[in-house]
Design a protein around this ligand. Sequence first.
Ligand code: SF4
Length: 321
Amino acid sequence: MFDEKDVVLEARHVTRKFPAPGGRTLTACRDVNLKLYKGKTLGLVGESGCGKSTFMRFLVSLDIPTEGEIFFHGKDITRLKGEELRQNHQYIQMVFQDPSASFNPKMKIRDIICEPLMNFKRIQASEKEETACRLLEMVDLPGDFADRYPHNMSGGQRQRVAIARAIALEPEIIVMDEATCALDVSVQKTIIELVVGLQKKKGISIGFIAHDLGLIQSFAHQIAVMYLGTIVEVLPGEEISSKAMHPYTQALLGAVFDLNMDFSKKIESIKSEAPSPLDMPPGCPFQDRCGHCMEICRKTLPALRDMGEGHQVACHLYDEK
Ligand code: SF4
């Protein structure tokens, strides 16, 4: 399913540390290795504050890692500067959770959508009208919405505008940061259907950040589970329910609400709170919440091991395999 020749972006040993009060260090991402494939969606899931947004921000150059590289077309994009960095923004676009925060409320939708095209001199001012209508129709909005302001639209419509703006430059990658979590469930579904449809038409690769495993497993081709800055499991999206191995992934799955779920079974909740990223214990980051914790888990950080067929897991339970 995942062919190495289709890798469009590869993160190698990406770590991000922040200085914290008292001379301490907060490690938001620890030795992250991930690949994004052409025309596929990589879902990055984990609890709030686990480092998933920190990681995705590297892809759009909103931050740079302390260590490691991120290769896109053979170039380490964490080292780009000046005009080369600016040009690279055309190929990797981002959709945020709250589009209102990234839109200028005084700009009409036409200008918001066409702004990136104007910045890169892809269109003339005289072409804005026709371009905005075409892009609005691609996200299933009427062309005459071009004349509106963001406050004249619903949350779902604004997110469609954000998607129209993101695809305007025909990017190879779109990063979506909790892009549907502020929307009603029914609207979330239509936005996901729109994104999946656009991906099929245009072959876009998508990095989708979510804390909702139930949502992401419905459309991601590959899912990476992050816990306290560490990737603990990576597997094909369609296999997450049946083949998840890591105790944390299994706990997340246990918490997914599904209308078809067996309510006679006890829902396993995750024990206690996650430790502070400032006080990370040696060994496995999940040890204090794991019902399978062993002596080795308190001493040695488990490496992400290849289980075959696109499945990797970091847990001492599977050391022998
Ligand atoms: Fe649990 Fe140990 Fe696996 Fe960590 S390494 S998830 S503590 S069994």
